[in-house]
Every structure is written in C-alpha cells, then in structure tokens.
Ligand binder design. Sequence first.
Ligand code: 5AD
Ligand code: SF4
Length: 457
Amino acid sequence: MTEHKTRFYIETYGCQMNFADSEIVNSILIESGMEAVQTAEQADVVLLNTCAIRDNAESKVWNRLKELRGLKKTNKAMTVGVLGCMAERIKEKVIEREHLVDLVVGPDAYRDLPNLLEQIEDGRKAVNVLLSLEETYADITPVRTSGNGVTAFVSIMRGCDNMCSFCVVPFTRGRERSRPVESILGELKQLSDEGYKEVTLLGQNVNSYKFGETDFTRLMDFASQVNPEMRIRFTSPHPKDFPTPLLHLIAERPNLCNFIHIPAQAGSTTMLERMRRPYTREQYLNLISEMKSIIPGLALSTDIIAGFCGETEQEHEDTMSLMREVEFELAYMFAYSERERTLAHRKMEDDVPEQVKKSRLTQIIDQQMAIQLENNLKEIGATHIVLNESDSKRSTEQLSGRTDTNKMVVFDKQEYRPGDYVSVEITDATSATLIGKPIKKTSLTEFFSQEINIQNR
Ligand code: 5AD
Ligand code: SF4
C-alpha cells in the first residue's frame, strides 16, 4: 500500500475533444482521492489519452509506450493505461502481447476508472471499452489543470452518426448524443465566473446538436448571453445541414466569433460521393457564398484529405481549385490513411500510391501557405480586437492572442495581461502569424460599436 495519495499523469494526443475528455478524467480521478502530477516520472499511474484518426497518430502512441517501458523498469509499481480512441482497436493486442499496458478504457467508460484501477491493484489487467448511447459526463465539472486560464473547451455532444467512408470516429466514439442544455450553460457560467474569456463548444458534428427543443442555433443564442464579454467559438459543423439562422446570429452578436471551421474534405462531387459526404461541390460553394454574404469579414478554415481511394488527377485539381476559390484563412491538410472497420476499408481500394498522395498533399499545402501569406499581408494596417492568451512562444516580452477571426497575433507586452482584450494595429505578417502594435485595452462591446460607427460613416 502506498502512503501518499496515488499520483496520476495524463498525456493527451489528438483532437480538442480528447483534451476536453482528459479534463473530465482529471476530475473523476481527483474526486476518487488521487493527485494530479505534471510528469510521467512522478506518477504511479500514467494514462495516454489516444487518437486513432490516422496511422501516424497511432504510431506516436506506440512510440511513447516503448519509452514508458524503460520507465517501468525503474518503477515496477507504475500502472500504464491507454484511454480514448485507440482503446477499442487495440484492447486484445495490448492485453495479450503488450505486457506494459495494464489498463484499457474507451471514451464512454471513464466513470469506471477508479474501479478499474482497483482491479489492477489485485494484479489483474482491466478493460472497459463499452460505448454508450447516453453518456455525456453532464454532471462532471472538468478540472482544467493545464490551460492558460483564458480560453477553454466545453464539449456539447459526443459521438458521430455521419459515417463518412474514411472516418473511424463513429467506431471509436459511438453514436451521437447531446449534452443537456442546462449542464452546458452551467459550465459556461462557471467559466465566466472564473474569469475565462473565450469558450469553444465542441462536438464531432455540432449542427446536429439537439436537446429537447434546443437546437444548435438556440444553444449558441443562450451561450452568447451568459456573458457578452466572453467570446464563443464552435467546432466542427458539417456542411450538409448548416443552419442559416446561425449565420444571422453570428453577424449580430459581438461575442460570437466571425470564424467558421467548415470541413470540405474534397473539391469534386464524385470524390465527395465516395467519401459519403452528402453535398456537391456547388452546394458547398453556395454555402460559403451565403456565409460570406451574411457575415462581413468572416474567416473560414477547413479540413482536406489528399489521395483518398480512386482519386484522379482531375479530382485532385478540383480540390486545389476549390481551395483557391474559397481562400481559407487556415486549413488542416492530411494524406489519406486507411482505417480498419470504415466503409473505405471494407469496400474500396486504397489505390493512390504513397508518393502520389505525398506529392498531392505537398501541392495542396504549398498553395494554401501562399494563400495565407497573401491574405495575412492584406491585414497590414487593419485594427483587430485581440484576446491575449499568454506570453508568446519566443519571448516573455511579447504576448500572443487571437483575433475574432482566429488569427494568431504577437505584440509587445507593455502593461497588458493575459485575459485582456486589446485593440491591435497589424504591422507585419507571415503565413501563420500577424505581428502588431497594441493601441489600447478595450472590450467586445466597445470595439464592435466603434466598428459599426466607422462602417456607417
Ligand atoms: N485519413 C486522413 N485524414 C482523415 N481525417 C479523418 N479520417 C481520416 C483518414 N482516414 C481527417 C478529416 C477530418 C479530420 C478531423 O481528420 O479531414 O475532418
Ligand atoms: Fe468523421 Fe465525418 Fe464524423 Fe467528422 S463528421 S468525425 S469526418 S464521420
């Protein structure tokens, strides 16, 4: 028996949803009497919260498990657990062949963690990868141990029912379910009371949020009223059923950010059909035009996959031209990676040669970087409201924060602090960052009312 509290350490891989889940696990373990520590070396229990979306995400975890094997040699009592999206896939492999791993827990079974850890104390391995139709962890207040105290993620739904043919998420995270409105608004209120200034609402497919009478637009309406000085973002919506009323709401409310992440995945209708994405190129482009016309100054980002099954040169060109047409401010670009259990794995052939995938991905990335640089250079001379998040990576004399449109800005710290809104004049830019000169501390209400005055003059 240990005399001190059992110490745990969580390392998180993958998407923001996983980071939000780690905060829930934090809460469950602290509640059960354990203590959080900041390194694997200090911990009795090391948990890796894993991602399975692409092969390279999984490789990172396997490499880390190998490293932990060394640590376990010096600390034989250490428990190692795999949480999250890899759990379901690797449960047999890990338990039978990988002596290092003692515990495997899927995304819907975190409440069972204290219980499972007790089983391990009895010398058994412990597994729970059951998926649930109801679990939303609604009553658990996440413990945010590693954030910046300014921005936070709040998960509003779990799972995904879309079944895109390339995507493993419906198999690792299960069916779609929405978290009760009251519980979400309660968490937003608490974050606001604690001084948080920006919250990103998270779900695999946020526009299918539905709880009782409340749909996603209504939820955003409520969320924006919790504190008019707390910015609200969301990710990710699906292009197939994006609600127009939400666009009007974003245009009206200063604290609903003028930034939408809207995954296209590909630019040709034939490819979108194979991907089981229920929209055409034209429908996607129409949606983008509608968004830009309703929300002046809107910034957009997207996800793109290069080299999916059967991709022709023309289809690749169509993706390139779609990206030129929209001019995304940011894009997450990936080479297709086949995942077991998906429709593509069962029914299609991963037939684009690896070098072709790589070279198409490089073309896509190069083009996107050029678009971003060009767009960012156009920002020089503009004034943005920036929410300061923390010291910049390069210097403690500089702060970094984001514009309403989600662009990273770096500027001299002077008297400003994380959590302040500052109006900043942009003086220089790279493809990834804007550089600016702070003008004065401001608020959302003040900044946007002045902007409207300028527009009306
Ligand atoms: N291969 C490559 N990229 C993928 N994504 C999802 N599944 C795969 C896959 N099998 C990308 C999609 C999605 C983002 C989160 O990851 O672009 O929107
Ligand atoms: Fe995957 Fe599609 Fe769900 Fe996104 S919406 S997680 S791409 S299945």
